[in-house]
Write a protein that binds this ligand. Structure first.
Ligand code: AMP
Ligand code: ZN
Length: 119
């Protein structure tokens, strides 16, 4: 597993920067976004430093699959109402034109009753 000492999400994954944890296992961490757009807004990251979705390789497919399949469970646990009347938005900003600010792969999971601050 690789870590970049200058990467804020690697430092959160390693516990050297605090976060409000939603979920953790050996490979993954979910924590609340510090600037939430909506009543529910957390980030799901691999602990391995992958800079963005653009760097994902076929060997990462099981990891990505685990991330995707965790999202609905965590969303509901954090207060999103069930599908279809509830639900959530899954966002993965990639690169400058994609609006990515932190260069460590992350899924935004955003939900809860509207209106939202953004989105
Ligand atoms: P993006 O634009 O997709 O790279 O989004 C990065 C997200 O990380 C933003 O929504 C920030 O609010 C969030 N963020 C940045 N630093 C932290 C932090 N220390 N703890 C939690 N969320 C953070
Ligand atoms: Zn990182």
């Amino acid at each position: 597993m690789s870590h970049d000492p200058n990467c804020i999400f690697c430092r959160i994954a390693q516990g050297s920067i605090p976060s409000r944890k939603v979920y953790e296992d050996e490979e993954l961490l979910a924590f609340h976004d510090i600037h939430p757009w909506a009543p529910v807004h957390f980030l799901l990251i691999p602990k391995d430093h992958i800079a963005s979705l653009a760097q994902v390789q076929p060997s990462h497919a099981p990891l990505l699959g685990r991330m995707m399949s965790l999202v609905p469970t965590l969303a509901q646990q954090e207060g999103c109402r069930p599908y279809p009347e509830g639900g959530f938005r899954l966002v993965c900003n990639t690169g400058a034109h994609g609006g990515q600010e932190v260069a460590h792969l992350h899924f935004h999971v955003i939900g809860g009753p509207r209106p939202w601050l953004k989105g």
